[in-house]
Ligand binder design. Structure first.
Ligand code: PMP
Length: 326
């Protein structure tokens, strides 16, 4: 039967690494994006979702007939739902109501039980993760995935994403740039790359309002001024996934750079991506200018633009926020 993948979980990963032609020519560097929206669930979080479910199965915490409960900005929930469907688990997702309707609708279409909650800081008991933890504790035969502090998340990137980038660049990589939600991507990829070549620069791309730019520069997480329209990234704290990572630098990317970059990627490269990808690619371009021509910089193309069409690709919505027209 030739080469065949064993179900959806076996189709996760091995995504293409795409040269961003316009940005590479402009900067004189090779700016390369890992096409994570091409995962079966449409985002980088498929890798973490499968890794966390697999480890829960292996530890005996999750078994047939069980339920998987998680707080998610959308993508982890979508990844979990796909894997749950394929493996026979119930999937319950708690999502802040500030996330796009597209992601909430998709979760329901896929078959997740979805609970929307008001956005609340991590310190608040009504924070989406804390609500999910309580729900799981009150259910029979249910696990709380806990993507922020469950290091099976970063293991996925240490075992797959990082080695794939090393192979696809044939080891010719000077820097890796990534935004952080849970930190799984940055932590796992950076560890895999630094093990192979410690001089590869690891750069955290942070949206405005996130606390991690200050964590990298001053050793303490404290928020920068402002609020970002980006979804799925930015953090108020150093998660267990992120803790101990070797991060060389951080860049803060304002929305007024992110939004035009997302639109540029569509117009110039034909790539339809979401806001976190705009942050990543903007930071990669800034880094390319700082390093000078001749360097290779890899970043993540985290998810697709359709999840944000009503906002990021809606000129009226952007104009109301001083971000358009673009
Ligand atoms: N981009 C998007 C669109 C996401 O949903 C996420 C995860 N919340 C990230 C980036 C960040 O990935 P990680 O959780 O691995 O830091």
């Amino acid at each position: 039967m030739g080469i065949c993948r064993e179900g959806i979980v076996d189709a996760i990963g091995q995504t293409p690494l795409i040269r961003l032609r316009g940005l590479s020519e402009e900067s004189g560097c090779e700016i390369l994006g890992k096409a994570e929206w091409m995962n079966p669930g449409g985002s980088v979080k498929d890798r973490a979702a499968w890794s966390m479910i697999r480890q829960a199965e292996q530890s005996g915490a999750l078994y047939p007939g069980g339920a998987v409960v998680e707080g998610s900005a959308g993508n982890t929930g979508i990844g979990l739902m796909h894997v749950c469907a394929a493996r026979g688990y119930r999937c319950v997702i708690v999502i802040p109501e500030t996330q796009t309707q597209e992601k909430i609708d998709l979760l329901r279409v896929l078959g997740a039980e979805v609970y929307t909650v008001p956005a609340a800081p991590y310190s608040d008991p009504q924070n989406f993760q804390k609500v999910a933890a309580r729900m799981a504790a009150e259910m029979d035969n249910a696990i709380w995935v806990n993507q922020f502090d469950n290091t099976a998340n970063r293991d996925a990137h240490y075992e797959t994403t990082g080695p794939e980038i090393w192979q696809q660049t044939e080891g010719r990589i000077d820097a890796f740039v990534s935004a952080v939600g849970t930190g799984g991507t940055l932590a796992g990829v950076s560890r895999a790359l630094k093990e192979r070549n410690p001089s590869i620069q690891i750069v955290l791309a942070d949206p405005v309002g996130s606390a991690l730019y200050n964590f990298v520069h001053h050793g303490e997480p404290s928020p920068t001024e402002g609020r970002s329209i980006t979804e799925g990234i930015g953090s108020s704290r150093v998660t267990a996934n992120l803790a101990g990572s070797e991060i060389d630098d951080a860049l803060c990317v304002p929305d007024c750079e992110t939004v035009p970059m997302v639109h540029r990627l569509l117009r110039e490269e034909g790539l339809f991506v979401g806001s976190s990808t705009g942050v990543n690619v903007s930071a990669a371009l800034t880094l390319a200018r700082r390093l000078g021509p001749g360097h290779t910089i890899v970043t993540m193309l985290c998810d697709g633009g359709a999840r944000y069409a009503s906002r990021l690709f809606n000129q009226e919505w952007l104009a109301e926020r001083g971000l358009g027209p673009v």
